[in-house]
Design a protein around this ligand. Structure first.
Ligand code: SAH
Ligand code: SF4
Length: 400
């Protein structure tokens, strides 16, 4: 594993928060920004297209790189706006090629210090998945998840969500004119092959508690003139915010993942307390009704394997029974422990037995291989290590 603390390229102190960044805005947001600096109405559409292409297709950092925009317009844009994107404060690279970035967002106003989130990149031979966050922290307190124990919570803006992919594309040499970092060939490469081909909203936060920003971010991420990710390859994972699930299909069209983790309400009430509000039956009905779900576009059900808690063969059989009639994929996730966690991961044998039952019922390759364990990059561990390091640094400073 390698860890690099980065010099902050744009120095937060020098950052002018009075000049908003255009990176990460929707088309409507860009239009509004252009209008605000007096751009005539008849020019707006054309200008938005130009900006869109330079920001999202080319990933430029300077207005001066926008070659088909007049010098006068570039100067005007630079006078009022920036193309600032978040800083990568720290990068860790796992021995398996997984990368974890600690990203500091630009302040949203003068009082804001800039949110910090973690973002994980997982390369595989045929794909590269970026795991993004939708909130800083999470309000939902699932008992097996470390993110839920964090106090500070706020929604990320659309800009902040989209910026996570822009930062990753830049670091991974995914924009034209850039090259892949040297990592011994773990990052997928080749003619037309993208380092990031898939996005999962499985970092910090409950995406459906930040619905509008997540929806708008999906729109930007999947726009064919810019970042161009297929909506089929963008998966939003929810702990079960039932009233927003249908809207996700209708308004965002992203793939759906459900953090199920238990087959009985009494247990799910404990593991995922939101279940008390939206019990399993209602949750599964929302899945049956999910717009666009089909055998080609299956809903993923995540099931974290907790030793002696939810891992018996009869629970595996019940899981299969519950999901009957829903076009589903099942993802068994070995529990990733964190300091002080009240659970342990099920034994490998138990997971295999569970997985065999699920497999024999027709669900393929269900166990998720833990990735980036040496850099604590796994689900539910995000941010924790960084907080721990900070606490350690504070302690060391106090002892000095
Ligand atoms: N809040 C959303 C998305 C973020 S969590 C949700 O709950 O779906 C992403 C996935 O990681 C969820 O399935 C979550 O249950 C799982 N997870 C959380 N903590 C974990 C841990 N310690 N070990 C394994 N998986 C965990
Ligand atoms: Fe929040 Fe998801 Fe963690 Fe539950 S599992 S606390 S919903 S991030």
């Amino acid at each position: 594993m390698t860890r690099t603390a980065e010099a902050m390229p744009q120095g937060l102190a020098a950052l002018d928060v009075t000049k908003p960044s255009l990176t990460g805005l929707t088309r409507a947001g860009l239009a509004e920004s252009l209008r605000a600096i007096g751009t005539p109405d008849r020019e707006i559409r054309m200008r938005v297209s130009q900006l869109w292409h330079w920001i999202y297709f080319h990933g430029v950092r300077e207005f001066d790189a926008m070659l088909n925009v007049s010098k006068v317009m570039r100067a005007k844009l630079a006078e009022h706006f920036t193309l600032t994107r978040p800083d990568v404060v720290e990068e860790q690279v796992s021995s398996d090629g997984t990368r974890k970035w600690l990203i500091r967002m630009p302040p949203v106003d003068k009082l804001d210090k800039g949110a910090e989130v973690e973002c994980v990149y997982i390369p595989e031979s045929d794909r590269g998945t970026l795991c993004v966050s939708s909130q800083v922290g999470c309000t939902l307190n699932c008992t097996f998840c470390h993110t839920g124990t964090q106090k500070l919570v706020r929604n990320l803006t659309t800009q902040e969500i989209v910026s996570q992919l822009i930062v990753a594309r830049e670091r991974l040499g995914d924009f034209s004119g850039l090259s892949r970092p040297d990592d011994g060939g773990l990052i997928p490469s080749g003619e037309g092959v993208r380092a990031v081909s898939n996005i999962v909203f499985m970092g910090m936060g409950e995406p459906l508690y930040n619905f509008e920003n997540v929806r708008d971010a999906v729109e930007i991420l999947s726009d064919g003139d810019g970042l161009s990710l297929s909506k089929r390859r963008i998966t939003v994972s929810t702990s079960g915010v039932v009233p927003e699930i249908g809207r996700l299909g209708e308004e965002a069209g992203a793939a759906l993942a459900i953090s199920l983790h238990a087959v009985r309400d009494d247990l799910r009430d404990k593991l995922v307390p939101l279940n008390k509000k939206y019990p399993i039956k209602e949750l599964l009905q929302a899945c049956r009704d999910y717009p666009g779900a089909s055998n080609a576009r299956r809903i993923t059900f995540e099931y974290v394997m907790l030793k002696g808690v939810n891992d018996t063969p009869s629970e595996a059989r019940e899981l299969v029974r519950l999901l009957k009639g829903i076009p589903a994929k099942i993802n068994l996730i070995p529990f990733n422990p964190w300091p002080g966690a009240p659970y342990e991961c099920s034994d490998w044998e138990t997971i295999e037995k569970f997985s065999d039952i699920v497999f024999n019922a027709g669900y393929a390759s269900p166990v998720r291989t833990p990735r980036g364990r040496d850099i604590l990059a796994a689900c539910g561990q995000l941010k924790s290590e960084t907080e721990k390091l900070r606490a350690r640094a504070r302690l060391a400073a106090e002892m000095d």
